[in-house]
Design a binder for this molecule. Structure first.
Ligand code: DAH
Length: 349
């Protein structure tokens, strides 16, 4: 070969080296493709070199052509391998970028639940329903007849005063019911004895301090039939209290006064915190006052068109807040109404 040929050949060799070097250090597929065009494209360096072929002799041309083909094949192989490598690299980078961090704490689902007082209301009503009492509801906006008169509460009774009762402004005869006892009257007027009713619901009194809320909850329970007596009242109460507190609780009845019962009794239970030994909650008496009860006053039966000579009945009313506080050891009434979810989720778990 002439010196010119050697020159051409060494240029070819240089080109191969440069291309191999460039391909193998390409940063990514796009850069590699630019290099491909640069070295092997129609207007690339190899094509430019091929232009010199015209100056070669007839025997040298095919030899040079062969060499060029070899270089092309070498470069094509290198290009292909690099492509595969870069493709893999890019895929891995994409997977890394989209990787899910399984060590991250999950976002827990927030599951709601009943308010502790609703849980208590349902629990209490459910126990009486299981004993055969029928669940009844009355209106929260009551009239004075059902809330007071028919319950033998005379007009001069202090419970009627503005101090305790919310009167409806537009209608002097209407009040926010101050207790669930009016459901006694409504049920008796609507039905015939025997009547065994449990009436849960909201009641209202103009009272607000550490132990009183202007809205609170009561459950009224009563039975009207022939020959109803106080022993039955005590039996139903002790059965209910044992189921509700999940243990046998001692019970005592103290004489008391309510306009709608005669005789009337205040019911105490053995302190559920100290089992009657005496503690802060029961003020060292061993007893907790939980509800009012008695035999339905003849005047009440008469107001509801029931003959007291034929029928008698017992009744009691309990405060739901107090019962739930005692059962779950809740120290402060206000917790029920502050809507702190940490508290609300504790009861009934
Ligand atoms: N209604 C009474 C109150 O709200 C509670 C009560 C006491 C209901 C004695 C009764 C009962 O049925 O017999 O304070």
């Amino acid at each position: 070969m002439s010196s010119f040929d050697i020159d051409l050949e060494s240029k070819l060799h240089e080109l191969q080296q440069a291309a191999l070097e460039a391909f193998s250090t390409a940063a990514n597929l796009a850069a590699l493709d630019t290099l491909r065009v640069q070295f092997l494209g129609k207007r690339g360096q190899l094509t430019a070199l091929l232009k010199g072929v015209g100056q070669l002799s007839a025997e040298q041309r095919p030899l040079f052509g062969k060499k060029v083909n070899t270089v092309k094949a070498v470069l094509a192989t290198c290009l292909e391998q690099t492509q595969v490598l870069l493709h893999q690299k890019e895929e891995e980078a994409a997977i890394q970028a989209q990787r899910v961090d399984v060590t991250l704490e999950g976002r827990s689902q927030y599951v709601g639940q009943m308010h502790p007082l609703q849980i208590g209301l349902d629990e209490i009503s459910g126990i009486f329903a299981s004993m055969g009492f029928e669940i009844a509801h009355g209106p929260e906006i009551e009239d004075e007849f059902h809330n007071f008169d028919a319950l033998n509460i005379p007009p001069e009774h202090p419970a009627r005063a503005m101090h305790d009762t919310f009167f409806v402004k537009s209608d002097e005869k209407r009040v926010l019911r101050t207790h669930t006892s009016p459901v006694q009257i409504r049920s008796m007027l609507a039905g015939e004895p025997p009547l065994a009713i449990v009436a849960p619901g909201r009641v209202y009194r103009c009272d607000y301090d550490v132990t009183h809320s202007p809205m609170f909850h009561q459950v009224e329970v009563f039975l009207v039939d022939k020959d109803v007596n106080m022993a039955q009242l005590k039996g139903v109460l002790s059965q209910f209290l044992s189921i509700f507190f999940g243990k046998k609780v001692p019970l005592r009845m103290r004489p008391s006064y309510f306009p709608f019962t005669e005789p009337s009794a205040e019911v105490d239970i053995g302190c559920v915190f100290c089992d009657g030994k005496g503690c802060r909650v029961c003020k060292d008496t061993g007893w907790l006052e939980v509800l009012g009860s008695g035999m339905i006053h003849p005047n009440v039966l008469r107001s509801a068109d029931i003959d007291p000579e034929v029928y008698s009945g017992f009744a009691f009313g309990l405060g739901v807040e107090r019962m739930v506080m005692l059962k779950y050891g809740i120290p402060d009434l206000r917790l029920f109404f502050e809507n702190d979810v940490r508290f609300l989720q504790e009861v009934g778990r």
